[in-house]
Design a protein. Structure first.
Lengths: 155, 155, 155, 155, 155, 155
């Protein structure tokens, strides 16, 4: 691979064990992984972008080939600017697949050289999502089974 | 069954004929059914919790083994507190199935002894949903084909 | 067909090349097509109804058997009032199919003589949706591959 | 519609109440419906083609605008030969939708002017299929709820 | 539950850890579980019915409320004969769901009092199926991760 | 990537333009691609293994980093033997996704280091499949839109 770098974009509101696993698997496959946190001001998030960034950075601290950043533009424009040709996304279910293919097809129209690779979420993580974490936090519940160990005490 | 009680949780905003049918089928299967109305203050609802509760109570008035309550916590915490081991949910379509399995998998992570049972919605009710009822009501339409007879005059 | 007229309802916020294609295919099949823009004041839209109407009218200017209107009632009530017996909708994916069948089943309950016909979106348009267009516009991107040529300069 | 004729192709092994309903709905929409029974010698069928033909003919006897035939070629070649531009198919579920769109996409590649229209199976018929009928018949069960009244005594 | 007995029907060609888990979960919920092995002579199986029966019996030996039998009739006729009102089935994915709902809807038409309950397969078993086991066995591979420990040495 | 080689397994009965496109996209991403034709004697194929091999070889002749072979064992055993850690598969639809995830989950259980990567089929190829090609060939139709140009004259 001449251009061996992959983007892992998402909202990460907050990052989960499922996200962590996908990024680490990508880091085994690619020389460099960029975890890119979308900062769309029109979308409401539970955690402000600075906090989401801190969570993701804490999660991958010490992993040499994972870099973290936030962005505030179309994902394809980030790829163009950073000369990235691969996006990676995890899929838990048919619902995810439908949503992800809609995005991948749109990105392909906007930037044809871009390839989106899909990985299957590991079975023991299929019940995990940021929205479940947010709901548990709303009620003051325990999310330690859902988020990376590194951020449990930061929430 | 030592612990023959099942929870039927939902928003019931408002209750529909589809919900009614699932609860009555559950009441044939279990000694006791608890219809539990989620009162999540972060989620906008058309009907305030008191009104949703009145609708559900009116629907099941006279059914001796169906009890109605509202709750304001995680569903798994309600189950823990009430010593409930079964949740029942109706499924109309693949879309429902995808959404429900995400919830069931998360609940299993949060409270492993909990079992979620799925029933197939009866075919003549698959076109019915609370969101359709709300849309019809918004335009002043007739919802008598969609909601239990007991609440038609209360809307 | 005694009553050879078909309704193509939607939000069209804004109209895309995918919508355009469905309406033109319907116009080959039916004597008359009504493109009906739902003006639900409870739903937030990026473009106000007047603008969405101008976009759709510009798109089908010169197509003699396509008529454009906006409406502010249940779709079935529009059909009843205009004596329409057919609705046509395009489907891109399983996600669309699930959502559309929920609507079609509800409409059938509300107005039994109504038939909903589904067309498959042409493969080169499956990546196109109004929500993608809105996201691109939010970031000032180029939507000329996604919307009808007639409206590119109007956005 | 200049060419107001629609093809309803299938194996009809044997015809069911679900098939009957789709054809009758199509007969309300189009001037002429051709129910076309595929006679692929490589596919095993329970009923030989002559018998399937008799069942379908008996079902639509007296319906003036439904014509029945069998064919032994690609469906698109039948359409080309008979100058047909529309195919109609019923869909019961996401499983059907996936299978049908694969066929419709292939047919579009083979014969671009062809349009496939999809109708939603009526809810009370979603449990009906030829394969269920064949299984019931294998065990000598009663299929009168599954097949047209006209053919119950012919099975 | 007046009639607290549930049927778990299947081909069990051969029984897997996934099947075992569903039956054991059912045995916690119901007073009695009948694991019923369909012996349809028209369907090819890798293992003859006597062997499938031995595998299933070995799997549940010592579980007092699980009874095993084979049957050669429609599943609904077995239920009628044995006065059973509940069927239980596990679901791994949307593909399973689609197939299972087709069967459940057909069974409901054939025998309206019958209820089919669905359980979600546990995540660590979603990769397991009888057809995968058969394929591994064809090539002489190791199936000990896929079948109950009780039958590993019997294969 | 230390071990920059990917396996693209399949039946290729026969190879299609869709398969060709996936392999070529993989050849851009990985240093080496192995197109591996499964030769399962229990599965009926239209073309014998020697012919399928010739078709695939003709298709990728002149592509330096694509190697072709046939195999007669479990796919995971081929990966173990050849020290391969990646499988790539194309997905056209939700139906494909369901089938592919079942296989990927089973492979993960059999050989945990193995990663399966999924690519979305390009939209203009979604109507193409080996089974459609076989059906067209059965009736003597023209498959030039479906198979690689290199093999049109070989069929």
């Amino acid at each position: 691979m001449n251009n061996n770098i992959v983007l892992y974009p998402g909202s990460f509101d907050p990052i989960t064990k499922g996200h962590q696993s996908i990024a680490l698997r990508a880091a085994q496959m690619f020389d460099n992984v960029i975890v890119a946190i979308g900062n769309n001001p029109d979308k409401k998030s539970m955690f402000p972008i600075e906090q989401r960034l801190r969570f993701v950075e804490a999660t991958f601290q010490g992993v040499p080939n994972i870099k973290v950043l936030s962005y505030n533009c179309l994902t394809v424009d980030l790829c163009r600017k950073e000369n990235i040709r691969y996006i990676i996304r995890g899929i838990r279910s048919g619902m995810d697949w439908n949503a992800e293919t809609a995005i991948a097809n749109a990105n392909k129209l906007l930037f044809p050289p871009l390839e989106t690779l899909f990985l299957l979420t590991e079975p023991h993580f299929v019940g995990i999502s940021s929205s479940v974490v947010r709901e548990i936090l709303t009620y003051g519940g325990d999310v330690s089974a859902f988020v990376p160990q590194q951020i449990v005490n930061m929430l």
